[in-house]
Design a protein around this ligand. Structure first.
Ligand SMILES: NC(=O)c1ccc[n+]([C@@H]2O[C@H](COP(=O)([O-])OP(=O)(O)OC[C@H]3O[C@@H](n4cnc5c(N)ncnc54)[C@H](O)[C@@H]3O)[C@@H](O)[C@H]2O)c1
Length: 297
C-alpha cells in the first residue's frame, strides 16, 4: 500500500529535473498525477509538449496513472487549466507541487524589464496561478497539501540573479501567508529549497556546481512525505534538501532591539548602532569572497 494511494496530485515543471523526480515519486507512492510542463529551455523559450508527455509515458511504464498538461504557469488561464485537468480526469485534487522555473541571469544594473518580468512571472506568479484555483477546491474539501519551491538564491541572496532571488524569497512569503490562511481548512503549505544537479545548475560557476551535486530524484521522498497524511501537522516550513541531507531552516525573527525614551535622532542612532544592534552578516558575503566592509581607499 502506497503512502499516497487514492490521492490526486499536480506537479508543475514536471518534465525535467526535480519536478520529473517528484512526479515519478508521487506516482510511485500511489498518486495519480497531472504532469505539467511548458517544455521550454532553461531561459524559458521554445515551448513544446514533449517534456510533459515523456514523463507521462515514464509513469505509465511503471504502472502508474498520469496525464500531461503543457500550459504555462505564468498565466491565470494556464494555472486554472492545470487544476481543471486534475478535476476533469481524476475527479479530485489533494496535492499541488510547484517546480516550474526558468533563469535569466543579469546584474541588477543591467537587467531589462523583460528579464525581470519573465522570471517573476514563472516563479512567483506561477505559484499563485495554480494555488488560487487549488486552494478554492481544497478549502471546500477541507484538506490538501501544497509544496512550493524556493532557493538559497532567495533565502541568502545571489548577486547575479536579482529577479530570481526576489521571486524565490517571494515564494517563501506566499508559503507563510497561505499556510496561515489555510490552517483552519486542514491544508498544509510547505516550501522546499533544493540543491540538485539539473540542467538549471549547469549554468552555475564550477565551484557552486560542485556544491549542488546531488541527484534531483533525492528531493522526491521529502515532497512525498509532506504530501502524505503522515505530515498533516507540518505547515509553514522551509526545508532544504541536498542528496541525503534534509535540513530545517529558521524563520526571520528579531535578533536585538533598542528603544529610546525620547525617540531617535540619526546622530544618536549612529552613536550606539554598532554596539547595540550590529548586523546579521549576509552569509554569502563570505561564501562568495565578497570583501565587506570595503577597505578604505
Ligand atoms: N536544481 C537546483 O539545484 C535548484 C536550486 C534551487 C531551486 N531550484 C528550484 O527547483 C525547481 C526545479 O528546478 P530544476 O533544477 O529541476 O530545473 P529544470 O530546468 O530541470 O526544470 C524546470 C522545468 O520547469 C519548466 N517550466 C519552465 N517554465 C514553465 C512555465 N511557464 N510553465 C510550466 N513549466 C515551466 C521547464 O520546461 C522545466 O521542465 C525550480 O523552481 C528551481 O528554481 C532548483
Amino acid at each position: 500500500m502506497g503512502l499516497l494511494d487514492g490521492k490526486v496530485a499536480v506537479v508543475t515543471g514536471a518534465g525535467n529535473g526535480i519536478g520529473r523526480g517528484v512526479a515519478l515519486g508521487l506516482a510511485h507512492a500511489g498518486a495519480r498525477v497531472v504532469v505539467n510542463d511548458f517544455g521550454v529551455t532553461v531561459d524559458g523559450r521554445d515551448p513544446s509538449s514533449a517534456a510533459a508527455q515523456a514523463v507521462v509515458k515514464e509513469i505509465e511504464a511503471l504502472g502508474g496513472e498520469a496525464i500531461g498538461n503543457a500550459e504555462s504557469v505564468a498565466t491565470m488561464a494556464g494555472g486554472q487549466s492545470i487544476v481543471d485537468a486534475a478535476l476533469a480526469r481524476f475527479g479530485d485534487l489533494h496535492i499541488v507541487v510547484c517546480c516550474a522555473g526558468i533563469l535569466r541571469e543579469r546584474m541588477i544594473f543591467n537587467m531589462t524589464e523583460e528579464e525581470w518580468d519573465a522570471v517573476v512571472a514563472v516563479h512567483l506568479k506561477g505559484h499563485f496561478t495554480v494555488m488560487r484555483p487549488a486552494t478554492r477546491h481544497m478549502r471546500e474539501k477541507r484538506r490538501g497539501r501544497i509544496v512550493t519551491f524556493t532557493s538559497t538564491a532567495g533565502l541568502e541572496g545571489s548577486p547575479g540573479q536579482p529577479n530570481y532571488s526576489a521571486a524565490k524569497e517571494g515564494v517563501v512569503g506566499l508559503t507563510r501567508s497561505t499556510a496561515l490562511a489555510m490552517a483552519r481548512y486542514g491544508v498544509t503549505v510547505n516550501c522546499i529549497s533544493p540543491s540538485a544537479e539539473t540542467r538549471m545548475t549547469e549554468r552555475l560557476p564550477d565551484g557552486r556546481r560542485a556544491q549542488a551535486a546531488a541527484p534531483p530524484e533525492a528531493v522526491a521522498p521529502v515532497v512525498t512525505f509532506l504530501a502524505s497524511d503522515r505530515a498533516a501537522h507540518v505547515t509553514g516550513q522551509v526545508i532544504h534538501v541536498r542528496g541525503h541531507q534534509v535540513s530545517l531552516w529558521s524563520h526571520p525573527a528579531p535578533l536585538r532591539a533598542i528603544t529610546s525614551r525620547e525617540g531617535w535622532t540619526p546622530e544618536a542612532l549612529a552613536e550606539v548602532y554598532d554596539q547595540a544592534l550590529g548586523q546579521d552578516r549576509l552569509r554569502r558575503l563570505d561564501a562568495l569572497g565578497i570583501p565587506w566592509p570595503p577597505k578604505a581607499e
